[in-house]
Design a protein around this ligand. Structure first.
Ligand code: SF4
Length: 242
């Protein structure tokens, strides 16, 4: 009988030294999605998806997405719930004095700048879009504080019509590790993913990889020995793992 410690060592060796066959294997995005749908069901869902499940308005989705940039969902969620109890329309939001609004957004990272952007964004919605959140990439990108990542998420989660793929740090890192693409920047990641993923997978790719990244495929020392994707993964760039 093989001792558990020996098994662990063998497993670790296998995953730190992928065979030539592993390296050649092409990961299948549809199979990855199928596996992750099952295995991530136990994890906390990302903020954008949560807004959709809670049937929040498009404005609430947009505001929460701007707030969550470079911030943890666990920090952002309680703050925006408190904010939406006070103001959940552009009209209400522009009436809050800026200093008070900045205090409301604390402790979300860059709360001062985000508050300024959200006030300017709400004003633009009122003056140029009749108080509604626009539904195209071009229009969304005109709003202060809205970049391609935020616009993609709003289009996918809010309008159900992804114009691209939402690429954050998890999507960039894991798509490369898996070997689905090989890219150096997030912009390139999005372009390449759009070329290799069928359109029906564009909206789901981000939330699944975010949950997988938060729980298994960590930036440093991913848990490869426990990973449900280990048979799909080329582990590109992974030098240490658990
Ligand atoms: S945890 Fe390891 S095996 Fe799993 S996706 Fe990340 S790098 Fe690949």
């Amino acid at each position: 009988m093989v001792a558990p410690k020996q098994l662990q060592r063998e497993d670790a060796r296998r995953w730190t030294s992928p065979s030539r066959e592993d390296a050649k294997r092409r990961p299948n995005p549809a199979a990855i999605v199928r596996i992750l749908r099952r295995t991530t069901a136990q994890y906390e869902i990302p903020l954008g998806t949560r807004m959709g499940l809670e049937k929040r308005s498009l404005f609430e989705l947009l505001v929460s997405t701007v707030c969550s940039a470079q911030a943890r969902d666990a920090t952002t969620y309680p703050v925006i719930v408190k904010l939406f109890a006070i103001a959940n329309t552009p009209e209400q939001l522009v009436r809050i004095p800026l200093v008070k609004f900045q205090q409301l957004l604390y402790p979300i990272s860059y709360y001062n700048t985000k508050a300024k952007h959200l006030v300017a964004l709400s004003r633009m919605l009122l003056t140029e879009f009749g108080g509604m959140v626009p539904g195209t990439m071009e229009e969304l990108l005109r709003l202060p504080g809205v970049g391609r990542k935020t616009a993609n998420l709003v289009l996918a989660e809010g309008f159900g019509k992804p114009a691209g793929i939402t690429v954050d740090t998890h999507v960039h890192r894991i798509s490369n590790r898996l070997g689905v693409i090989r890219s150096r920047s997030r912009a390139e990641t999005e372009r390449l993913l759009m070329a290799v993923l069928p359109k029906r997978l564009w909206a789901i790719w981000n939330p699944l990889l975010v949950m997988h990244g938060q729980n298994i495929c960590a930036p440093i020392s991913p848990k490869c020995s426990q990973c449900p994707l280990r048979n799909q993964c080329q582990r590109r760039g992974v030098t240490t793992s658990r």
